[in-house]
Design a protein around this ligand. Structure first.
Ligand SMILES: C[C@@](CO)(OP(=O)(O)O)[C@H](O)COP(=O)(O)OP(=O)(O)OC[C@H]1O[C@@H](n2ccc(N)nc2=O)[C@H](O)[C@@H]1O
Ligand SMILES: Nc1ncnc2c1ncn2[C@@H]1O[C@H](COP(=O)(O)OP(=O)(O)O)[C@@H](O)[C@H]1O
Length: 315
C-alpha cells in the first residue's frame, strides 16, 4: 500500500509584518495564495523512518530529523501512539529556501499521507494544530486556496477568490534564510514605530473580484526591502519582469524567489520567456492560482518498490 499526496507552493500577496514579539516571532497579516506549482509526497510502509528526495533542488533538502516531512510523520505517530515506520519519498518541484513554503508543503503532505496510510482519520482541527506546531506556514499548506493568516501566520481565515490569477516565478541562485530576513526587517525598522499589521480591504476585494489589475495595485510585501538588502541582485530581476509587461513584481515571502502577476496566461508565458532571456534569474516558470491544499492523488495497493529512487539517485 502507498499513498501519494500533492501539495502546492504559495505566494504572499500581502505580507504585513509587525514588531517582534517576546517569543521572537512577528505578528502578521499574511494573505496567502496557493499556486499551481507542486511537490508530491509518497508514503509507503517501511522498517523505521526513511526519507528520499528527487528533483532539481534535491541536494539542498536535509535528509535528517530536521526535514519537516519527517518531523510531521513523527509528530503524527507520537499522537497516535505508534511508530513512524514509513518511507517518505518527496518529488520536489518547489524551489528550496525560496520563500514559497516548500518545506511547509512537504510537512502538510506527509501528515495527510501518513494519516491515510495508517488509517487514523485524524480530525481536521487536530491536523491543523500539529501543522501549527511544525511551522507558521504549515497550516496554510494543508488548506491551500487563499487565506488570511494572523498571529504568526498560523491562524487562518479562508478568503474568497473570484477568478484565476496568472503568475511567473523566477528562481534565484541560492536561498535566503527566513529568520535572517525577519532580523533584517527588524534592523531596517530600528528607530521607528512599527504599526500593528492589518489586511488591506482593497486587496481582499481585488481577490474576491478576481481582478488582476486591482490585485497588482494592492500587492505589498513588508519583507521585500529586507530581502533586497540581503540580496541586492533581485532588483534587476524585478525590473526585468516589469519591463516584460508584468502588472506587479514582488519578492515571494522572505524570498529570494520573485513573483510576477500577469494579465492572462499568454502574457505570463511571454514574461517567463523574457525573464529567462534576461539572465537575471536561474529559471522562470508560469503557475496559476488559487490551487487546492494537500490532497491525496494516488493510492497504490501494491507499489513497485523498485520505482522508488534511492538517496543516491536524487537530482
Ligand atoms: C516569511 C513567510 C511568509 O509566509 O514564509 P517564507 O516566505 O519564508 O516561505 C513565513 O512567515 C515564514 O513561516 P515559516 O517558514 O513557517 O516560519 P517558522 O518555521 O514558523 O519560523 C522560522 C523563523 O522565522 C521567523 N518568523 C516566522 C514567522 C513569523 N510570523 N515571525 C517570525 O519572526 C522567526 O525567526 C522563526 O524562528
Ligand atoms: N522538506 C523540506 N523541503 C525543503 N526544505 C526543507 C525541508 N525540510 C526542512 N527544510 C529546511 O527548510 C529551509 C527552508 O526551506 P523552504 O521551506 O523550502 O523555504 P522557505 O522557508 O523560504 O519557504 C531549507 O533551507 C531546509 O534546510
Amino acid at each position: 500500500m502507498s499513498i501519494t499526496v500533492r501539495v502546492p507552493a504559495k505566494v504572499n500577496v500581502q505580507l504585513a509584518v509587525g514588531a517582534p514579539r517576546p517569543d521572537g516571532y512577528h505578528d502578521l497579516a499574511n494573505v496567502f495564495l496557493a499556486v499551481g506549482l507542486y511537490d508530491t509526497v509518497t508514503a509507503t510502509p517501511a522498517d523505521g523512518l526513511r526519507l528520499t528526495v528527487t528533483g532539481p533542488d534535491a541536494a539542498q533538502v536535509p535528509l535528517d530529523g530536521s526535514n519537516l516531512a519527517a518531523r510531521a510523520a513523527l509528530a503524527l505517530a507520537e499522537r497516535a501512539g505508534r511508530t513512524a515506520d514509513v518511507h517518505l519519498h518527496i518529488a520536489k518541484d518547489i524551489p528550496v529556501a525560496g520563500g514559497m513554503a516548500g518545506g511547509s508543503a512537504d510537512a502538510a503532505a506527509a501528515l495527510v499521507a501518513c494519516d491515510a496510510l495508517w488509517g487514523l482519520a485524524t480530525p481536521r482541527e487536530v491536523l491543523l494544530s500539529i501543522c501549527a506546531d511544525l511551522g507558521s506556514d504549515v497550516p496554510f499548506s494543508l488548506v491551500g486556496e487563499a487565506a488570511l493568516g494572523t498571529g504568526r501566520g498560523e491562524k487562518l481565515e479562508p478568503l474568497e477568490v473570484g477568478g484565476t490569477f496568472h503568475w511567473v516565478f523566477a528562481a534565484a541562485d541560492g536561498g535566503l534564510s527566513t529568520p535572517a530576513v525577519y532580523r533584517e526587517f527588524d534592523r531596517l525598522c530600528e528607530g521607528r514605530e512599527v504599526p500593528a499589521p492589518t489586511a488591506s480591504p482593497a486587496l481582499l476585494a481585488a481577490l474576491r473580484e478576481g481582478d488582476p489589475h486591482a490585485l497588482a495595485a494592492t500587492v505589498d510585501n513588508d519583507l521585500q526591502p529586507a530581502a533586497l538588502s540581503l540580496n541586492p541582485a533581485l532588483a534587476a530581476t524585478l525590473a526585468a519582469g516589469t519591463e516584460a509587461g508584468a502588472l506587479a513584481a514582488l519578492v515571494s515571502g522572505s524570498g529570494p524567489t520573485t513573483a510576477f502577476l500577469a494579465e492572462d496566461a499568454p502574457a505570463a508565458a511571454r514574461i517567463a520567456e523574457a525573464l529567462t532571456a534576461s539572465g537575471t534569474c536561474r529559471s522562470a516558470r508560469v503557475a496559476a492560482s488559487p490551487a487546492p491544499g494537500a490532497t491525496v492523488v494516488g493510492q497504490d495497493p501494491e507499489p513497485d518498490r523498485d520505482t522508488v529512487p534511492a538517496r543516491a539517485d536524487q537530482g
